[in-house]
Design a protein around this ligand. Structure first.
Ligand SMILES: [Zn+2]
Length: 467
């Protein structure tokens, strides 16, 4: 008898635990969202799903029958609308006067890719600022296109001035000084630009790795100086341990070093395959920013017309876009951008097939027609037009983006993640343009007052225009 009880006890404990958990009250919840759910990590849609939130975090997300919540918790039933993780734009240049446009457009996190410390503080101070992950000022060689005549290198131990941008480095020692100053300033990423001398490039990379900071690089495109500006090409950057390759920079140079002509109308399959496999082997992620390339190539495939906030914001930026088109885009740029686009179209599906992580970034406001805030939706459209599936594009702005940022609390709708959620009308896994139809946005477990956010964003633009 005694023997039998001992054998039965684990079974009884298991059954009683099941009964107890079913009978115990569910934990307190601040809100519950019902709808269809995009499971970003697995790339699938869960019909009839629920998200339960408390204290800014997700307590439970998945099939409705798998989640419980108290009877008095506020329930927002979105019917057939889709619940997405808050979207992530991996490449922006944020400014305070348009910092409030991201969140109402569903972009709850951005990574800034070159800015002054003062500007980053001003962006963070805005009422609807997204979560901001930033590189601070990028590093470039003394002959960089954005390096002014009066920019001198930092002295050893000298703190970074709030208005420094970019940080000029001549050699390896100065690169180490610059990285140390950025680490002391508390930035999240190191950005290296196209004209870093090779020894300074490798020294900066090693210093960043020693400090535990990931590195992003812009090695130039054919549109910019990608065949003449940088010493380092995309494959070398990957092999050296770079975290993300921006704009597919340095890819044209690597293709030419393999023996191909990246400006040719027809590209060689064997060289493209080699390039994709070399990048995949390195583990480097890419942030191709193809919407900007489409815009520079004169394509109207990613026009801003139907974007969230377009009616309010387009009038504020038309003059700037005209100036960009007339003064920044040099003669011949459109043909070079078309060559960049041809290379991106040929390479991107190969990179995806080879397992390279592809992240979504807009490069806002670098190209004419990229709409502040909503430019990520243009990038999602462009990624699909350049060879990704809608599911892969959505992952590029959610789970893959969070993985690139090394943030397991972002980009997914799972227990423990931050309750940053976007609700859209329609199914963006079938039609990527559905991401633009924003129904609701939640940040940190709180609903965003979209009307107030757009009012605030417009007022900031009006105030900037009046200055
Ligand atoms: Zn950029």
């Amino acid at each position: 008898m005694r023997f039998r009880l001992v054998r039965l006890s684990p079974v009884l404990c298991f059954l009683s635990a099941l009964v107890l958990s079913a009978c115990s009250p569910p934990p307190p919840a601040d809100a519950v969202l019902l709808g269809r759910l995009f499971d970003a990590r697995n790339g699938r849609v869960i019909d009839d799903a629920a998200i339960v939130m408390a204290n800014g975090r997700i307590l439970c997300a998945g099939p409705r029958i798998a989640c419980r919540w108290p009877r008095d918790a506020p329930v927002h039933d979105h019917g057939r609308a889709m619940l997405l993780p808050g979207l992530i734009d991996l490449h922006v240049h944020a400014r305070p006067h348009y910092a409030d446009t991201f969140v109402p457009a569903g972009v709850t996190t951005v990574r800034d890719a070159n800015n002054t410390l003062a500007m980053l503080d001003a962006v963070r101070a805005r009422p609807y600022a997204p979560t901001l992950i930033a590189s601070g000022p990028m590093l470039d060689g003394p002959h960089g296109v954005l390096v002014g005549a009066d920019t001198s290198p930092l002295g050893d131990g000298e703190p970074l001035a709030p208005d420094t941008m970019p940080l000029v480095v001549h050699d390896a020692a100065q690169a180490r000084v610059a990285v140390a100053a950025l680490v002391a300033a508390g930035i999240d990423w190191i950005k290296l630009y196209e004209r870093m001398p090779a020894d300074a490039f490798h020294a900066a990379l090693a210093a960043a790795q020693a400090a535990g900071l990931p590195v992003m690089v812009d090695l130039g495109m054919m549109l910019t100086r990608g065949l003449s500006g940088a010493d380092i090409d995309a494959v070398q950057a990957g092999a050296a341990g770079v975290g993300t390759l921006e704009h597919l920079g340095g890819v044209a140079l690597a293709y030419r070093r393999l023996g191909g002509d990246p400006t040719a109308a027809t590209l060689r399959d064997d060289l493209l395959d080699t390039l994709a496999l070399d990048i995949a082997a390195s583990g480097m992620a890419v942030v191709p920013t193809v919407a900007a390339t489409h815009r520079f190539a004169g394509s109207d495939a990613v026009a801003p017309d139907t974007l969230p906030g377009a009616a309010l914001l387009v009038p504020h930026f038309e003059a700037y876009w005209t100036w960009l088109s007339g003064h920044v885009v040099a003669p011949g740029a459109q043909a070079n951008a078309a060559a960049d686009l041809r290379l991106a179209r040929a390479l991107l599906p190969r990179l995806a097939a080879a397992g390279v992580r592809i992240g979504a970034g807009s490069d806002l406001p670098a190209a004419p027609g990229l709409l502040p805030g909503a430019a990520l939706h243009q990038e999602l459209d462009a990624l699909v037009a350049t060879g990704l599936s809608p599911v892969q594009a959505l992952q590029a702005a959610t789970s893959v983006a969070a993985d690139i940022l090394r943030r397991d609390d972002l980009g997914r709708l799972d227990a423990g993640a931050r309750a940053d959620i976007v609700v859209v009308d329609g199914d963006p896994t079938q039609d990527i343009l559905a991401t633009r139809r924003i129904v609701a946005v939640w940040t940190d477990g709180r609903p965003v007052d979209l009307a107030d956010a757009w009012r605030t964003a417009t007022a900031a633009l009006d105030a900037a225009a009046a200055q």
